[in-house]
Design a protein around this ligand. Structure first.
Ligand code: C5P
Length: 260
């Protein structure tokens, strides 16, 4: 039985849009501190994946919430296993990225997933990665970080990730154009040559990131926004190491310690 009088385990909340680096940064911060890690986006992805598998309308929040409650979700090393099936790769597909932000708009889904997220808060501490970790789920987090980056840079990271991590995936369009600039020129170059080339062209990735940002930032429930007391880090021109170092410095300033 948990001790109701014990202080709750400390939380570092790391929020931000897709491609801001929060997944990688959160994992590195959690392992540096020896704390638990919550990838809350994976939960929304799992619900979208399961909904699509079972032919559920992604606008039907009540059915999706019911479905979420029946899923058996397990972590096995780096793999995510849902009802006995390894979905680690499947939930990272572009159609699931879009579907997850669709299901994330449904209040019943957010309520169902919130309980799962709260149950992850355990000693020695939790690094929670998402969109509303600081604003809604863990408003008492000891450190709130909002990571951001330009949409072009985030699309470029996703493009590289697709090339590196998904062998066999068809990636269209030159990274040269995307990488040569982190502002508007990259998008225009990509669009000019490959605009309608396919869902993995740089231009299509940029468009998908912008559409997801728009949905996440403007939805009625738990919109993506920095908490009033969050520190914002623009990672556009920063290395992962530099961002991790900065978050760990903030953690140290707040007296948050690594597990012994
Ligand atoms: O972080 P990730 O890109 O995996 O999240 C997928 C989607 O899940 C986001 O676009 C967002 O719509 C939703 N999400 C959310 N709240 C969270 C985490 C993710 O609404 N805390």
């Amino acid at each position: 039985m948990p001790d109701a009088t014990a202080p709750a385990a400390p939380v570092i909340a790391i929020d931000g849009p897709g491609g801001s680096g929060k997944g990688t940064v959160s994992g590195r911060v959690a392992s540096a501190l020896g704390w638990h890690l919550l990838d809350s986006g994976a939960l929304y992805r799992i619900v979208a994946w399961a909904g699509l598998e079972r032919g559920v309308n992604l606008a039907d929040g009540a059915r999706l919430a019911e479905l979420a409650g029946t899923l058996s979700i397990a972590q096995s090393g780096d793999a995510i296993v849902v009802d006995g099936q390894d979905v680690t790769q499947a939930i990272r597909a572009e159609r699931i990225s879009a579907g997850s932000s669709e299901v994330a708009r449904q209040p019943p889904v957010r309520v169902a997933l919130r309980a799962m997220q709260l149950s992850m808060r355990r000693p020695p501490g939790l690094v929670a990665d998402g969109r509303d970790m600081a604003t809604v789920v863990f408003p008492d987090a000891a450190l709130k970080v909002f990571l951001d980056a330009s949409a072009q840079e985030r699309a470029r990271r996703r493009y590289r990730q697709l090339l590196d991590q998904e062998p066999g995936v068809k990636v269209n369009g030159p990274l040269r154009d995307a990488a040569s600039s982190s502002c508007g020129g990259a998008a225009r170059a990509g669009e000019g040559e490959h605009g309608a080339a396919g869902s993995n062209s740089y231009a299509a990735l940029l468009e998908s990131i912008r559409a997801r940002d728009e949905r996440d930032r403007t939805r009625a429930v738990s919109p993506l926004r920095p908490a009033a007391d969050a520190v914002t880090i623009d990672t556009t021109h920063m290395s992962i190491d530099a961002v991790v170092g900065e978050v760990l410095r903030y953690a140290e300033q707040r007296g948050l310690e690594a597990a012994r």
